[in-house]
Design a protein around this ligand. Structure first.
Ligand code: HEC
Length: 446
């Protein structure tokens, strides 16, 4: 019986096209009908369109029932599924109301504005339902994966590594900022939407939960039914061990954190601190992500000349209340990065905790001119023309933990310099020649 329900459920992906087509046709016919000349032809057209609305409702209902069967297959769940289901149900209700309204009122008596309003609502709901449905099958970033970078920034889509570098420990989400980046860096080369070894893609939360050929990648609270976990804890010589082909494996710490996430219910958006982490787990997470809780160093509180900072093109925030350290980001909107900016940084050097200099035309020479910032922990140099010859000047930042070199020109030759920076935990190298060479999205120092 259960198998038969799954069997029917699979037809959802076929059946859903019927209400889409029919409802689009109904809307189109409503738009066109105003251009008929005679009342007779208007009325017959109107009746035919009412029939379309009725059929649209019935086919939507059928698709919903099949969709419900489909969702009973193991591995479905999560936000996209419920959003998809509820938007489809709302859509069917509105279509039903439209149908009844037309059935029980005199032809052509309904106001044009009412028709237009309802039709617009149906159109929006069709798009939403389709979009949420697409998210389930393709993963949430399917549409925007290949979007040009400027469009991504307009849409507010950030690459995960840039996001994590800017967060503090109490903002970290366990799945999005800890678990998913681990899977991405260690496993995604064989398990993505284009290449699904074992029919497993790890591109989205839904797909990770759903798993591959053998079902359930992750089962909340149950490690024994979480295929991903089972595979990474096998002895490396086992033939089912992951990652395959001698690729860089999960570390002990990463396995512990992964197991903890599963045991806590494998939530999608929950923050680390809201999941009652033990101190042990919290420390592991800090180490893995390079994100640290900010301990206020012993610095005299200094009153900053806010205007001067802003005038030089910087935006700043305090790390936390009562903590004199600052998070600074530079915008090239009004200024290019030059001697004045360097002078400003020198005047507040001990107070700089994080510094973002993205897309600021920073080159290797400028790295040499940056003042010593002894408390600098996070430095974002993404999208700058840095070749790597100036990287050894960064050794003057003794506390630097996270370095973002996304989309710079650094090559594999810089590995040694980076390895010599003792505090450094994580270097983001995606979209660089170094990335091309080592195939890792972020490298972990130490
Ligand atoms: C070099 C390629 C490669 C890498 C890297 C890799 N896998 Fe796989 N994976 C495969 C192949 C091939 C299969 C199918 C054969 C099999 O089931 O062993 C597979 C199958 C799986 C399956 C079983 C899917 C199913 O339901 O049958 C899981 C789970 C899995 N991999 C998890 C991972 C995890 C987690 C990582 C990262 C630690 C990883 N893989 C990295 C190649 C790879």
């Amino acid at each position: 019986m259960q198998e038969f329900i799954y069997f029917l459920g699979r037809f959802h992906v076929l059946a859903l096209h019927v209400p889409f087509g029919v409802l689009f046709a109904a809307i189109l016919f409503d738009c066109v009908s105003r251009y008929f000349n005679t009342d007779d032809s208007k009325v017959s057209f109107y009746r035919a369109t009412t029939l379309l609305w009725g059929f649209g409702f019935i086919s939507a209902l059928a698709a919903i029932i099949l969709g419900y069967f489909h969702s009973m297959e193991p591995g479905f769940g999560g936000q996209s599924v419920s959003l998809h289901m509820w938007s489809a149900i709302a859509l069917a209700c509105v279509v039903f109301v439209i149908f009844l309204r037309r059935l029980f009122s005199k032809p052509l008596s309904i106001l044009k504005s009412e028709i237009a309003g309802f039709n617009f609502a149906v159109l929006v709901m069709l798009v939403l339902t389709g979009h949420y449905g697409g998210n389930i099958t393709h993963g949430e970033t399917y549409l925007t994966d290949y979007a040009p970078a400027p469009l991504k920034s307009v849409l507010g889509i950030k690459d995960i590594d840039q996001v994590t570098a800017e967060l503090s420990i109490d903002q970290l989400e366990t799945f999005n900022h800890v678990v998913q980046p681990m899977l991405q860096s260690k496993c995604a080369s064989c398990h993505n939407n284009d290449k699904r070894k074992g029919q497993l893609s790890l591109a989205s939360y839904e797909q990770i939960v759903k798993g591959g050929k053998n079902g359930s990648g992750v089962t909340a609270n149950d490690l024994s039914k979480s295929e991903i976990y089972q595979r990474i804890i096998l002895p490396p010589e086992h033939k089912l061990y992951m990652p395959k082909s001698g690729k860089k494996p999960f570390t002990e710490d990463e396995i512990k954190v992964f197991a903890w996430w599963v045991k806590q219910g494998a939530p999608q958006t929950e923050k680390v601190i809201d999941m009652n982490p033990t101190d042990d787990v919290l420390n592991l997470i800090k180490q893995i992500t390079g994100v640290d809780s900010e301990q206020a160093p012993q610095l005299p509180t200094m009153s900053f000349d806010e205007n001067k900072i802003a005038e030089n093109g910087f935006y700043y925030r305090q790390v936390a209340q009562g903590n004199p350290l600052l998070k600074l980001s530079f915008s090239t909107f009004k200024h290019a990065f030059g001697p004045e900016q360097i002078a400003l940084l020198s005047s507040i050097a001990p107070y700089v905790y994080s510094l973002e200099l993205r897309k600021a035309e920073i080159n290797d020479d400028i790295l040499q001119q940056l003042p010593v910032m002894e408390n600098l922990q996070v430095l974002n140099l993404a999208e700058n023309p840095i070749q790597g010859t100036g990287l050894y000047h960064l050794q003057k930042f003794k506390s630097l933990k996270v370095l973002n070199l996304f989309a710079t020109q650094i090559t594999k030759d810089s590995s040694e310099v980076l390895a010599n920076m003792k505090a450094l935990k994580k270097v983001y190298i995606w979209q660089t020649p170094m990335y091309e060479a080592v195939g890792e999205y972020a490298v972990y120092a130490n």
